[in-house]
Design a protein around this ligand. Structure first.
Ligand SMILES: [Zn+2]
Length: 409
């Protein structure tokens, strides 16, 4: 059965129409507009997607699909169908912290408020509810970062209907005797056929260079994606350049670090020098990057995940969207966790980004941040992220907020 979902409440009837029954023959889903997200294909008007079981057979104009395929037609009406979305960065572990952190006063104030909570007491019913909500709204994939609960979260993700990467975060100074233990292994993940367990580094100031290099080495040896918070806030620059910052004091106070020798480099050049940047690395945030930093990222072929509403919530500024686009960096979009955002909805994230940067992105470029680009990074381009023959029949219906945000673009 085709997986079709959307955020717009006015489209409920269409969704019910889509999910009524499974038929043994192909079905033709017609919509006023279809965004296939395949290279060279613009938004198609009066178009159709032909689906058999869980697989897309064909996409094209409705008239052509009707002529070339047998099967019942389901007319979705005045909707825009797109591939189901990717959320490329979140922390499900922090789902219970919605509304419980300080907003808009910078990173140190935010982290202080975060640390006042019971950070890692995973609330499984809330996580299950959140995963179901995102799937029903047209999300197909979620990349989760977990510090303490990666195996349990991997299990919850495997239980859900979503595709996923479950990153276990390497943080602190300690190096495990066996580096392979940096990677969690959960049988249910392999059994689900929809997920991968992987390793992430927290950040250059909170994880030792040795630990980050080991985490990247394990990822490389296993052919896995690697994720790293990079250049998120000015304190990060200050810590790495001079070793002097309020944030570093806080980490010392809390016992997260003891001594600290500032490497005297900016985040991106340091990550490059450590060998952490390559085409399997996702650099998360990249707010404080310079033109030289962006050129280094582009040269390394690493991808960048923007989390604009999280940056706004915390009050650290915004990544230079135009410069990253101009440099040809593969850009993805993530919500970050509910400790720094109002929801985990990639469409809401995209609508906010487009609204904040009028004219910077076409609708196709914007949708790519939550479809084709992350599909490429996570190695799922033959499965998700575009509407093309052979891909999974997982659609979204573009919410009005996204269409409105691009109406002037
Ligand atoms: Zn994060």
């Amino acid at each position: 059965m085709a997986m079709v979902a959307q955020a717009g409440a006015g489209e409920t009837a269409a969704r019910q129409n889509l999910n009524t029954q499974v038929t043994p023959m192909p079905e033709i889903f017609r919509a006023a507009r279809v965004a296939p997200m395949t290279p060279g294909w613009p938004l198609l008007e009066d178009a159709a997607v032909v689906v058999h079981g869980q697989t897309i057979l064909d996409v094209g104009s409705f008239a052509h699909m009707r002529r070339t395929h047998a099967g019942p037609v389901r007319d979705l009406g005045e909707l825009t169908l797109a591939p189901a979305a990717f959320n490329s960065h979140t922390h499900l572990e922090m789902t219970h912290l919605l509304g419980r952190t300080t907003s808009g006063q910078g990173f140190v104030a935010w982290i202080r408020s975060l640390l006042a909570n019971d950070l890692y007491s995973l609330h499984e019913p809330l996580v299950r509810q959140e995963l179901a909500r995102q799937e029903s709204r047209g999300c197909a994939f979620l990349a989760d970062i977990s510090t303490r609960n990666a195996p349990r979260l991997a299990g919850l993700l495997a239980e859900s209907g979503l595709f996923f990467t479950s990153f276990q975060e390497a943080i602190g100074n300690g190096l495990p005797d066996d580096p392979a233990t940096l990677l969690h292994r959960v049988e249910a993940v392999a059994e689900s056929g929809r997920g991968t367990c992987a390793v992430a580094g927290h950040a250059l100031y909170s994880s030792s260079p040795e630990l980050l290099c080991e985490a990247k080495a394990v990822s490389r040896a296993q052919g896995l994606p690697f994720s790293l918070h990079l250049a998120e806030h000015e304190d990060e620059d200050a810590i790495l350049l001079t070793g002097k910052s309020a944030f570093l004091e806080l980490l010392r106070e809390r016992g997260f670090i003891t001594g600290y020798d500032a490497p005297g480099k900016r985040p991106v050049p340091l990550a490059a020098d450590l060998g952490l940047l390559d085409e399997r690395t996702l650099c998360v945030h990249c707010v404080t990057v310079t033109d030289e930093d962006i050129a280094l990222i582009a040269k390394s072929r690493a991808s960048v995940c923007l989390c604009p509403r999280s940056n706004e919530y915390i009050g650290v500024g915004q990544a230079p969207l135009g410069a990253l686009l101009d440099a040809g960096v593969n850009l993805c979009l993530g919500t970050d966790g509910l400790c720094s955002n109002a929801d985990l909805d990639p469409f809401a994230e995209l609508a906010w980004l487009a609204g904040r940067n009028p004219g910077a992105l076409s609708l196709g470029q914007g949708l790519a941040l939550i479809t084709a680009n992350p599909a490429r990074f996570f190695g799922l381009e033959d499965t998700l992220g575009s509407l093309a023959p052979g891909r999974q029949a997982r659609f979204s219906v573009l919410p009005r907020a996204v269409l409105d945000a691009f109406s002037d673009g």
